[in-house]
Design a protein around this ligand. Structure first.
Ligand SMILES: NC(=O)c1ccc[n+]([C@@H]2O[C@H](COP(=O)([O-])OP(=O)(O)OC[C@H]3O[C@@H](n4cnc5c(N)ncnc54)[C@H](OP(=O)(O)O)[C@@H]3O)[C@@H](O)[C@H]2O)c1
Length: 333
């Protein structure tokens, strides 16, 4: 029997863990670091490493796994592969896990496989549950605002998905501030308040600090940041070219080589120096930095190896920054 066939989670997973934070004003606690399955868990990826990462995450108290209908290459394969892992190794631990999924981006052909219509969301949640072999997800998101669908229709579908028992909580992702405001109001009126806003947040992408973050706080809505490493740019890996097997090297990866401009590399190099002065890797500093905003409840990292996940968990050993460090980092963002 291989290690993976006989998986027993670490008994230390909650004592020696990443720690937890209430999501907004809700009672739901999220781990400071969550694991995202956008890349690295599809059919094109290493299934063995994928399994090890899920187990390693759980062993370290990472209880939250973030998916979407179209994650993985091909679309849906991350949910399908995660479902297999859950069934084989985690069937006794479902009540210790927070699993989220989403619909909003292109998923299947034709007018009902994209956007924010009730037709799309209702079909998509059923497909996601079927792929993951689950009765419910913990959080279901509208993955993006759809200007071609009345917002009350999208929010109505989210609320009904909760009322049908297919999700425990709802969230929105990447909504512009004015639309998020409307969404929070409608969801409140529907009796299914918004749990969480998921937005891009890193040293390189700070727009949400202006309006989205204060609005979420005002409404008691939690905030979870995605791509905190700017898809890997906020690490030392691209300082000397594009390594084989990195996201920028893959034809199916979302990080484009063109994003790695000379100017960007120079900033990354200077950030790497600041991280070294703090005794951290750049990836560790970039994750730790996210928590200088107290409204950040959790960050969702993607990893392609257990080693990266360990590196990222270790970021929590030092999340304190001096004013001078924050200023210098801010200048390079
Ligand atoms: N709501 C939305 O619209 C949305 C959009 C994007 C993402 N998300 C969520 O956020 C999650 C994370 O997004 P992301 O994957 O872009 O996050 P990220 O953490 O910014 O980037 C992940 C990539 O960074 C590299 N990396 C991670 N740890 C590293 C380390 N310690 N040292 C060096 N490199 C490291 C790996 O790249 P290599 O593969 O090159 O090794 C990894 O694949 C997704 O899985 C998804 O759940 C949501």
């Amino acid at each position: 029997m291989s290690h993976s066939d006989s998986y027993t989670p670490s008994k230390e997973r909650y004592t020696n863990s990443v720690g937890y934070q209430n999501c907004g004003k809700s009672g739901l606690k999220l781990p400071r670091i969550s694991l995202g399955l956008w890349h690295n868990f599809g059919d094109v990826d290493d299934a063995d490493e994928a399994l090890k990462m899920i187990q390693f995450a759980f062993d370290n108290g990472i209880t939250h796994f973030d998916l979407a209908n179209n994650y993985g290459t091909p679309f849906g394969s991350a949910e399908k592969n995660f479902g297999k892992i859950l069934k084989k190794h985690f069937s006794d631990y479902r009540d210790e896990m927070i699993i989220s999924t989403k619909a909003g981006h292109e998923m299947w052909p034709g007018p009902y496989g994209d956007g924010g219509s009730r037709k799309y969301l209702m079909s998509s949640i059923d497909q996601s549950l079927n792929r993951m072999k689950l009765d419910y997800v913990d959080i279901f998101y509208s993955h993006r605002y759809d200007p071609e669908t009345p917002i009350a229709e999208t929010m109505g579908a989210l609320s009904d998905i909760v009322k049908q028992g297919k999700a425990l909580y709802v969230g929105i992702s990447k909504y512009p501030e004015d639309k998020a405001r409307e969404a929070y109001q409608i969801l409140k009126e529907n009796g299914t308040p918004c749990l969480i806003y998921q937005g891009r947040y890193s040293i390189f992408t700070r727009e949400i600090e202006q309006e989205v973050l204060p609005l979420a706080e005002e409404n008691g809505v939690g905030f979870i940041g995605f791509s905190p490493l700017a898809q890997g740019m906020l690490s030392d890996k691209y300082l000397n070219g594009i390594p084989e097997n990195s996201r920028a090297a893959h034809s199916y990866g979302f990080l484009q080589k063109s994003q790695l401009t000379a100017d960007k590399i120079e900033k990354i190099s200077k950030l790497n120096d600041i991280a070294a002065q703090r005794g951290q890797t750049l990836a560790q500093m970039a994750l730790a930095w996210c928590f200088h905003k107290t409204q950040i409840d959790s960050v969702i990292v993607g990893t392609s190896s257990v080693k990266q996940l360990q590196d990222n968990i270790d970021s929590l050993k030092n999340i304190t920054f001096t004013e001078d460090e924050l200023w210098r980092i801010g200048e390079l963002g």
